[in-house]
Design a protein around this ligand. Structure first.
Ligand code: T4K
Length: 395
């Protein structure tokens, strides 16, 4: 690894900052030794799935951790969101951000609901409560905000709006394991919150997720819905689906629970370093952090302002790839510009569109060596230093 902020960037022929590829995430998982006993057990007994010992234990531990009466595990957050929406038996429109992963909106299609995309706040990139309120009509069936990158939404305002209009409030908490809003863990808000435990999340189990709720009726519906609607007597109560978590994933989850708080603490430390150092560069800004939230830093994102940085977000993305740094443009394009939502292309969401054009997610892990953090910063610094030549090279 080279480390001068003025040396030639790789895109101009210099040596790449990293000798090997730096992916956007690198799941920090338990060792084989740590999961050997339960793994042996499930292989020996053949109890692999259908709400067996480890999934039950995992659910009980999650409910305790989130301090909610119910944590219902599922095979992924997409199905979790879908089942939670199905539980409300809604018809009509759901208000949600366009600045999110496609899964947030795609689930609506599968339960016969229509998305209404509204804008985000310019600093935290979470759903704008005023825009939500303005979008409510007699057709509105629910509100589905996203705790984007792990920064909690404006929960109080959104809960007040949902209450005022008698609407279900379902949080997409895919990014928000361990985040807090006014000292309360995400997982405790709205009618339900849905977490992702995908390999790319800071709490990875492979594929997996869970829905937290205080509503016993909802929890009972979800527990049935994820296993075909079968209460255990093969006489299904309603047409459910298969969204069960497997024992293997629960075993990993139980082990991850022992280290996740340390991982979040690490991430917050790394984020502070990156903000301090990259914040010295003109044209680089960050997601604002409200004083009343605790951010888990599921993702670390920068905004690139071309007029000050000297390069566009896309130029920086390309130049970083030459350094073996594989950043991601989460979430570009915004959903209302996806082909899947072509009928929404005409709508104008100016904040979403600006943020989506400028945002870049940098590689960010639960454990990062000092040299890795320094290398990331050095790469961005030297790309900025040579911006005019890079522009010529790319264009
Ligand atoms: N709501 C929101 C707001 C979400 O962001 C997501 C998912 C959901 C709901 C739905 O949650 P799940 O149904 O997935 O539980 C990824 C993930 O597949 C997706 O879970 C995630 N959000 C989304 C933001 O990103 P890709 O297509 O960008 O991931 P991929 O395969 O390109 O992987 C990214 C990097 O991660 C690679 O560079 C390598 C690394 N990686 C990936 C995998 C799959 C690993 O190191 N190990 C792995 O097993 O979608």
């Amino acid at each position: 690894m080279t480390s001068s902020t003025t040396s030639i960037p790789a895109i101009l022929g210099g040596e790449p900052q990293f000798a090997t590829r730096l992916n956007i995430v690198f799941p920090r998982l338990p060792s084989l030794d740590q999961i050997a006993m339960p793994l042996h057990e499930i292989l020996r007994t053949g109890n692999l799935t259908n709400h067996s010992r480890y999934v039950r234990e995992f659910e009980a531990t999650l409910a305790q951790r989130f301090a909610v009466p119910h944590a219902v595990t599922v095979s992924n957050a997409t199905l979790g969101l879908m089942l939670a929406l199905a539980a409300f038996k809604l018809k009509g429109e759901v208000i949600l951000p366009s600045f999110t992963y496609c899964a947030t909106a795609h689930v609506l299609h599968w339960v016969g609901l229509t998305p209404v995309f509204v804008d985000i706040l310019p600093d935290t990139f979470t759903l704008d409560p005023a825009a939500v309120e303005a979008a409510i009509t007699p057709r509105t069936a629910a509100i589905m905000p996203v705790h984007i990158y792990g920064h909690p939404c404006e929960v109080d305002e959104l809960e007040a709006i949902a209450r005022r209009h008698g609407l279900p409030l379902l949080f997409d908490a895919a990014h928000a394991f361990g985040s807090r809003y006014r000292d309360q863990l995400i997982g405790q808000f709205g009618d339900a919150e849905v977490f992702s435990f995908h390999a790319t999340k800071l709490f990875p189990v492979g594929e997996g997720g869970c829905i937290t709720t205080r509503d016993a009726g909802l929890a009972e519906y979800l527990a049935l819905a994820r296993k075909f609607g079968d209460p255990g007597n093969e006489n299904t109560r309603f047409p459910g689906t298969n969204a069960k978590m497997q024992e293997f994933n629960a075993i990993i989850g139980l082990e991850m629970l022992k280290v996740v708080d340390q991982h979040i603490a690490n991430r917050r430390g790394y984020a502070a370093y990156l903000i301090e150092r990259l914040g010295r560069l003109p044209g680089i800004s960050f997601q604002a952090i409200r004083p009343y939230v605790f951010h888990n830093y599921q993702n670390f994102v920068i905004l690139v302002d071309r007029s000050e940085f000297g390069l566009t977000r896309d130029d920086l993305f390309t130049a970083l790839a030459a350094e073996n740094i594989f950043a991601r443009k989460y979430f570009y394009p915004p959903l209302h510009h996806h082909d899947a939502y072509s009928e929404y292309r005409h709508i104008s969401l100016p904040v979403t569109e600006r943020v989506s054009d400028q945002v870049l997610c940098l590689p960010f892990y639960s454990e990062m060596a000092d040299e890795m953090l320094d290398g990331l910063c050095t790469a961005v610094e030297r790309i900025h230093h040579h911006a005019p030549r890079i522009r010529q090279q790319i264009n």
